[in-house]
Design a protein around this ligand. Structure first.
Ligand code: GDP
Length: 357
């Protein structure tokens, strides 16, 4: 098969890269996600960031307004970034797609003062095994003694605003992290010195508290995705959807539902689906596709609103009969106009893959 020609890819068929956040407990994974969501809400037009089930989509234009000069939207045709809302390596390892990691790209959060800790090493090991490209967010730079905070500033501007003593202190901590990465077999450097992000891990100093470095973090994630993952992001948007179960949940009025991250194609409200179950694949029909209702619209009715279809990449709650045996991490495949037995066999093979690990 010939390689797709990246210059002729149809931008409308490029999906959003899926981003996971990993790192040691208390190093700031949740705060960083909150900061990104918060900045996106402030910068975006109403409704520009979309809260999905289990994930947050930040479109390119919002990334560009947060990142300022660091991201020119004309340089990109990927539509943005989809952040999985549950940080940590448990969710990362259960969330698989076709035997690989569900996340296309990861952020490894390391507290600049605390440095490498046991779960940092575990996360690195997982990233190495799954061959997931990642960058390191060296977080909590605002806690360097004497730090002069500059809310939401790009890192070069905030560096300039620090005294020599403070910036050398930060440099020392950053080089320690770079040294630790090297001990683990990763060639790493401060992100602005990295030429090839496939060979070297970029380290981005950030503060989830003040937002400093968040513009850089988003710019690097976007740049890395665009440069190295564009071809993997090419999907048949209208094709039968493929996804992974995030969580199996009872939902009042809907019975058992599966929170699903769709990474290929489309799911529609009347699709037949095959879902990985504890014993056999479950064959069922979608009863409703549910998205969180914007907070302002919640009155006495459901927290969810029904949608007719969603396309990858997206987080969606699927209500359907017979889902009690569905499992987190299991595959979901839409049958559409294909042979049911063929789809069921694919799901069985994927389930066997999960069981081996
Ligand atoms: P998680 O366990 O990795 O998700 O860590 P959290 O996001 O819950 O953060 C742990 C603690 O560190 C919380 O008290 C946060 O407020 C604090 N924290 C996180 N990021 C920063 C930061 O950039 N600067 C400062 N000063 N505190 C932070």
């Amino acid at each position: 098969m010939s390689e797709p020609d990246s210059d002729t890819l149809d931008p409308s068929s490029l999906r959003t890269p899926i981003v996971a956040v990993l790192g040691h407990v208390d190093h700031g994974k949740t705060s960083l996600l909150d900061k990104i969501r918060g900045s996106a809400v402030i910068e975006g037009e109403a409704g520009a960031i979309t809260q999905h089930i289990g994930a947050t989509a930040v479109p390119l234009d919002v990334i560009s307004s947060i990142a300022g000069d660091l991201v020119d939207p004309d340089d990109f045709d990927l539509p943005g970034l989809l952040f999985i809302d549950t940080p940590g390596h448990h969710s990362f390892t259960t969330l698989r797609s076709r035997g690989g990691a569900l996340a296309d790209i990861a952020i490894l959060v390391v507290d600049v003062n605390d440095g490498f800790q046991p779960q940092t090493l575990e996360a690195l090991d997982i990233l190495k095994r799954s061959q997931t490209p990642f960058i390191v967010a060296a977080n909590k730079i605002d806690t360097v003694p004497g730090w002069n905070p500059n809310e939401d500033s790009p890192i070069n501007a905030t560096y300039d605003a620090q005294s020599d003593r403070v910036s050398s202190r930060l440099d020392e901590s950053l080089y320690e992290i770079i040294g630790n990465l090297s001990d683990e077999g990763f060639s790493a450097d401060l992100y602005w010195r990295v030429q090839n992000f496939q060979r070297n891990v970029g380290v981005v100093p950030v503060s989830a508290m003040t937002g400093e470095g968040v513009p850089d973090l988003l710019a690097v994630m976007m740049g890395l995705s665009q440069r190295y993952m564009k071809e993997e992001m090419e999907i048949d948007v209208q094709g039968p959807g493929v996804g992974t179960v995030l969580e199996v949940k009872e939902e009042k009025g809907f019975g058992t539902t599966i929170d699903t991250v769709l990474y290929d194609g489309t799911i529609r409200a009347d699709d037949e689906i095959v879902v990985g179950g504890q014993n056999d694949p479950i064959v069922t029909e979608v009863r409703a596709l549910l998205q969180p209702r914007p907070l302002a619209e919640i009155r006495t009715e459901s927290r969810f609103e029904k949608v007719e279809e969603v396309s990858a990449a997206a987080g969606i709650k699927v209500a359907a009969p017979d889902l009690a045996d569905a499992m987190a991490g299991a595959p979901v495949r839409i049958v559409r106009d294909r042979d049911l037995e063929g789809v069921r066999t694919e799901v069985e093979a994927e389930l066997a893959d999960i069981a081996v690990d």
